[in-house]
Design a protein around this ligand. Structure first.
Ligand SMILES: NC(=O)c1ccc[n+]([C@@H]2O[C@H](COP(=O)([O-])OP(=O)(O)OC[C@H]3O[C@@H](n4cnc5c(N)ncnc54)[C@H](O)[C@@H]3O)[C@@H](O)[C@H]2O)c1
Length: 383
């Protein structure tokens, strides 16, 4: 079987994770070329990655190496333009978050997907851990009932020095603060688990850092299934934590970590009435059925929820890249493209529109002609 051909555009920090992910799948893919506007950086990167060809322009990289997959690892303001160029050149795209600068750019990307038959998937590695996929299956099957209320907190800390990198902290380059740059991962994971959101209200502030964009946003999100979530995205939180909690009818599910989770990061608590049944189901074996179970269906649902799969596949770039290579080879749709990508970009856009206007925003209401369609900040500044 011939190897797939991958290329990387933008060879800074995160590109190293992409190169490591490609190397981990060396039986399926080879890194054939790289490009960075900083040619010396691209050359040093290539030397450290086994010597793929180095190009001074993205166009030359695409035309010469004819890659099957292009990894876009530049600052956010270049993502859409480079993604469209790569698809036009016949490549599929795996693009770092945030995928694009606006819904207008997302429309350009998705029009290019239709025109070229190629896909543009966003990097959302948090969807790909085996434990998150297990939980999603249980949420879909409603094995412990409906989700009622959720908490989605990205409480991280970025010092003033973090914003000394020239592209950070500006609407024109970073496109936003922790909403698009940090909390985006957990918000996307929340949407993956809870499904269609319908409306939200939000506030955003630049509370402490000397930056243009927000350093804090708080949102209240309503879902089609009736669930309501509170969301905090902060880079001002000294004790850092990534925390997702979903209260379902028969159980509470909690995920607590910082930058990556595994099976040990989850905690499950049965509803008080179901606790004895759940305990009985957990200790029951085929030869020793254990104490009597009052509601066998609920007990079985809870026991199945708690049985996290092994091997414990981590949520990281390598896992997502493996799944994307399968999508390229098999022609399947990636988990983070198409409507899934739109759902998250619409949520980000709505957080900003609501924060800037003070109004609730319904999903699907931000369309061409709305100032927030072309820029997350809608042409306004935070006070
Ligand atoms: N998924 C994650 O967990 C994660 C983590 C960190 C960063 N990121 C994202 O990765 C992207 C890059 O972040 P980083 O920390 O690697 O930044 P970085 O500044 O370390 O690297 C960016 C590189 O892109 C190059 N570049 C800039 N403009 C370019 C252009 N037009 N064409 C080609 N190269 C260009 C720069 O010279 C630099 O080498 C951002 O979108 C960021 O949000 C994602």
């Amino acid at each position: 079987m011939s190897l797939l051909r991958a290329a990387i555009i933008g060879t800074g920090n995160i590109a190293r994770q992409h190169a490591a992910g490609l190397l981990a799948h060396a039986d399926r893919v080879e890194l054939v070329g790289v490009h960075d506007v900083d040619h010396a950086r691209a050359t040093a990167f290539a030397a450290a990655q086994g010597g793929p060809a180095v190009f001074t322009t993205a166009a030359a990289l695409l035309a010469t190496t004819k890659p099957d997959l292009v990894h876009i690892c530049t600052p956010p303001n270049f993502h859409a333009e480079l993604a469209v160029a790569a698809m036009e050149a016949g490549a599929h795209v795996l693009c770092e978050k945030p995928l694009c600068a606006s819904l207008a750019e997302l429309d350009l990307i998705q029009a290019a997907e239709k025109r070229t038959g190629r896909f543009c998937a966003a990097v959302f590695q948090m969807r790909y851990g085996s434990s998150a996929q297990h939980l999603r299956a249980h949420l879909e099957a409603q094995s412990v009932g409906r989700p009622i209320v959720a908490v989605c907190n990205t409480l991280w800390f970025r010092s003033p020095a973090y914003y000394e990198v020239p592209w950070r902290g500006k609407w024109s380059n970073e496109l936003g603060g922790p909403t698009v740059g940090h909390g985006i991962h957990l918000m996307d994971q929340m949407l993956y688990l809870l499904g269609e959101w319908t409306s939200l209200r939000a506030i955003a502030r630049t509370a402490d850092r000397a930056i243009e964009v927000e350093d804090l946003s708080v949102a209240l999100v309503e879902f089609k299934n009736g669930c309501v979530a509170t969301v905090i995205n902060s880079i001002l939180s000294p004790r850092e934590e990534t925390y997702l909690r979903i209260d379902l009818q028969q159980a509470t599910v909690e995920l607590r970590h910082l930058y990556g989770y595994d099976n040990s990061s989850w905690r499950f608590t049965p509803a008080p009435g179901a606790a004895a049944d759940a305990q009985a189901a957990l200790v029951a074996t085929p030869t020793s059925p254990g104490p009597q179970i009052v509601n066998p269906a609920a007990a079985a649902g809870y026991a199945a929820l708690c049985a996290l799969p092994t091997p414990d596949v981590p949520a990281n770039h390598t896992t997502q890249i493996g799944a994307i290579l399968t999508d390229v080879a098999d022609g399947t749709a990636p988990l983070t493209a198409g409507d899934q990508a739109r759902r998250t970009v619409e949520l980000l856009t709505a957080v900003y529109k609501s924060a800037f206007t003070g109004q609730a925003v319904a999903r699907g209401s931000i369309v061409a002609g709305d100032p927030f369609y072309t820029a997350f900040h809608g042409g306004r500044s935070l006070l």
